[in-house]
Structure formats: structure tokens, C-alpha cells
Design a protein around this ligand. Sequence first.
Ligand code: CDP
Length: 233
Amino acid sequence: MYEKRLDNRGFDELRPMEAETGVVPNAKGSARFRIGNTEAIAAVYGPEEVKPKHFEKFDRGIIMCKYDMLPFSVPDRAKPGFDRRDTEISQVITNALSRAIRLEEMPRSMITVRVYVTQADAGTRCASLTAASMACADAGLPMRDLVAAVAAGYIGGSVCLDLTKDEEDLHDEGATDVPIAFLPSKDEIVLLQLDGKVGHEELNEVIKMGKIGAMKIYELEKEALRRRVSNES
Ligand code: CDP
């Protein structure tokens, strides 16, 4: 049984968070999101002409998103360049953002999103997606909603929110990690992955806890965007 969390948090408690927008002056929109020792910075460019041209869609815009973990973001030094994991995470972030951004309002154009993980302690795809969605809103892109993302999980019989890397590595306890992302106001899930094993009932509990956590992140995202608007006016 996993009865007490390694960092003494409650099972439904998120790590301390920070969110801010407008952190990259040369980008059209940008944001930074930190949750515990995981931090991501996102920058958005566009809408602009599609390059290479054959990717252009006459009735909608496209998103090109790249996720990158900086070499100093992990204790072992992440290898520079893109590996399979970076490609997979770039793809799931692209898929989720494609549901959030009204691409049909920007035909024949391209949005480029770059996300850099500066510190990694699990949950980087969720932190990256949260930062990317705030950066898209900061860029003034038409959106259906912000994306709020967090990992929940199941460790030794307990449902847990926002796992750390040490928790993900509790293999003897059968740690299961479930990254989830929502469009909260649409009640829509835009990312759901599962690493490990979990029963059907427990998975429902995990998703429920993830949703409650995501709602808190959503409030923080909105607060950061409001702060930016009030600083500008
Ligand atoms: O980061 P996320 O949980 O979305 O994805 P993951 O592939 O499950 O990675 C979990 C964690 O492993 C990362 O957040 C990092 O803390 C760590 N990791 C690492 O130390 N070195 C890597 N090359 C990749 C991941």
C-alpha cells in the first residue's frame, strides 16, 4: 500500500505552481508554467505563410509544435536533438492544441509553437501543453478554450494527483501515470495517455481526480492572462 506520499502531499494535492505570460518578448505570444520542479516555457509564432507549401490547407490553418527538453533539465543531461519521446510528445501537444485553437478561422496559414522544458521532474508533457495553450491565448489566437493539463495516477492502491519522478519510479508499488488534458469549459478531454496498469474503476477515479486538478490549473492560467491584460492597460 502507498499510504503516505514521498513528499508528504495529500493524494489530491498539486505541487506549488506559477504561471505567467509574455516571457519571450520576440514571440507573438509566450508563457511559463511551473509545477513543483517541472517548468516549461512556450513561444508562439504566426499565423504566417505555410512552409513547406505542400502542408498548406485551403480551408484551415495548421499547427507545427515542437517539444524539447533542455540538456540541463534532468540530472543525467538530456541528449540534444529530437528523439522518439520528443516526437511523440510534440504530436500529442499538437493534437490537443488543434482542438483548442479555431484553426478553421485561419485558412492557408501556420502557427508554430516551441516548448522548452527547463526543469523536469515528471509531468513535462502536461506542463508543456498548459504553457503552450497560455502562449496561444497570449498571442491572441482565436480559441475554443484554454487547455489545462496534469498527470494523475495510481500507486499501490491509492489514486494520486501530479506524480513526481520519484513517484513514477515506484515500480515495486506498480506506479501508473495518466497524463490528462481538458478543455474545461467544453468538458472535453483532449489528451489521455496511460503508462502502467490500472483497473477500469480505478481509471475513472484517476480521471476524476485529474479533472479536479486541471480546474485549479485552469484558474491559474486565466489569472495569469488577466494579469497580463491589466498590466497592459
Ligand atoms: O515528463 P512526462 O511525465 O510527460 O513524460 P515521461 O516520458 O513519462 O517522463 C517522465 C520523467 O522522466 C520526465 O519528466 C523527467 O523527469 C524524466 N526523464 C529524464 O530524466 N530523462 C529523459 N531523457 C526523459 C525523461
